[in-house]
Design a protein around this ligand. Sequence first.
Ligand code: HEM
Length: 212
Amino acid sequence: MTSPGAFALDGGRPVRYICPVDPGELLDLLKGRTGFTEAHAALLRELGQVMAPIAPEVALAFYDYLGRDPELSEILHAVPGRVERLYGTFAHWYGELFSGTYDRAYAERRRRIGLVHARLGIGPRAMIPAMGIVQELSLEHLRTALRGPEVFSAVEAFEKIVAVEIGLIEESYLEALALGFALGHRDLRRALAEGAAALLAPPHPGPGRGPG
Ligand code: HEM
């Protein structure tokens, strides 16, 4: 199984890099392991009516939480305008949790999100608690928006998609790390960041397809 465009360097020469798991296959595996069905997808789409409108509110609370952590706050403010841009990208991601469509393209977008964070050195110790905050904020809203017993099936569907999200993102970290080591980096953080940077780089042009 290979990942489109992924490569490694062998003595300075680019070669195809074998991706540990194809995103589409990984998605199917995670759906099976979490018991995520089409019924859960349909329910999440329905929940989108009450959840998608609160995306900007969740984004505000989320970055407020990250901003209170000195290490994470430094990353957020390292580039002018970054936090402001992130409000939008995060809100979009949040809306997609309730899109009802969880296909290969979705899995590839999640892989990319993992790699973008890995390249910045934002590892699982930051991502997993952050995902916990997203759950906390969302469950609070679900509890107030749905007052009847339907809240139980809503929480079940939501928890399953969050588990799938975490699985997809964390596997992309492993992919980055493996490539970082293959590229010769021995320091864990460096291997993670450099492996992710290589995976995010546009594919190397094949022989005879370069400029000139
Ligand atoms: C639930 C966890 C998180 C989600 C869902 C999330 C979501 C996203 C998304 C969708 C992007 C855009 C990715 C792209 O360019 O394709 C992004 C980028 C980014 N995120 Fe996160 N994020 C999470 C956790 C964190 C944490 C813990 C930090 C710590 C500081 C962080 C900092 C950043 C930064 C710095 C960028 C790059 C912004 C840029 O383009 O300059 N994120 N995030």
